[in-house]
Ligand binder design. Sequence first.
Ligand SMILES: *Cc1c(COP(=O)(O)O)cnc(C)c1O
Length: 410
Amino acid sequence: MAKINENFLKLQAGYLFPEITRRVRKYQQNNKSTRIISLGIGDVTQPLAPAVVDAMKIALDDMTKENTFRGYGPEQGYDFLIKEIIENDFEPRGVKLDKSEVFVSDGAKCDIANIQEIFSTDNVIAVTDPVYPVYVDTNVMAGRAGNVKQNGQYENILYMPCTAENNFLPQLPDADVDIIYLCFPNNPTGTVASKQTLKKWVEFAKRKKAVIFFDAAYEAFISEPEIPHSIYEIPDAKNVAVEFRSYSKTAGFTGIRCAYAVIPKQLKAYTKDGKTVDVNHLWNRRHSTKFNGVSYISQRGAQAVYSSEGKKQILGIINLYMSNARLIRNKLSELGYRVHGGTNAPYVWVKTPDDTDSWDFFDLLLKKANVICTPGAGFGPSGQGYFRLSAFAKPKNVKEAIQRIAELQI
Ligand SMILES: *Cc1c(COP(=O)(O)O)cnc(C)c1O
């Protein structure tokens, strides 16, 4: 008899995006000629930078010739890419890394989902509320979360509310925690962490002998010069943190797939009887057992992100998204909405007028303005009374959507 892993039965039905789709479909069926604009998407819309495309075409050509053909590459990624990562993403910010500390992968989502499996299932994890659901669901699957409570939260997870009162920055837990998930710039709130904030977390993790999983998928959208791009800009962070980066939002790779994780040599975790274990070594063992590397063509494309042409073109695309974000922020503020984020992140987190329920506001926006937003409550109880607008839409659609919201006069 094949028995199932019953932890999977504790997952809640994927609710947020399927529910949005269901409501939109129903409305569209009854209003066939209405043009609905989505500011709900978490996916990019601009095509790849030409420098990336050119590099991938050359890489594909390499694959057609006997003397440049490549089969399996190193599981950890090609040196040509790892070298660019270290020299461009870290050295200019004063962070030195060895090439054995960088692991190229096919996505930050997979890395963040997979990393927990080298840690014991009796670790207590802490996540923010609202939260990127991958952090929670992968711990549910592993059996670390326990059962779900009435409010949709799990009994063994420590949730750190992020609200306007704390500027959407989680407070240090007063309980013992072993693993902490942080995401800055944040999805969904668009919040960033200062050096001071990250220092507080690094010191906390050191005190608790805990590990921080730092999701920096939106690092490229940081515009304010004093905001750290990497947690390793904080002294001692290499002793307590893993960092996740991705070309998905940075360079439009959501359909190409390429990302990387940094696992410093100094990072230690512990056996039950308190012996130290090298996390980098274990991750290397896991990664090379379960993963056979990212396509050569994708990695050549990622390498081109760091060429001088590539950098210029990608900055142009990021600026386009960020001018969308600025427009959303400015117009909604003028209309009297309380807006957050959107300065160092492609997401704007907005308070619903008069504390309207997130889903009620979603329906109102859909039916009265024909605009799709993402209801904040879908990311956790502290997201109730908020909605997220994405700057990843095409500029002309953003302009029209904002105009429609303005005409609502609420
Ligand atoms: C989009 C996103 C990622 C990136 O995932 P990929 O698998 O690299 O495409 C990671 N974390 C967050 C919070 C995201 O929104």
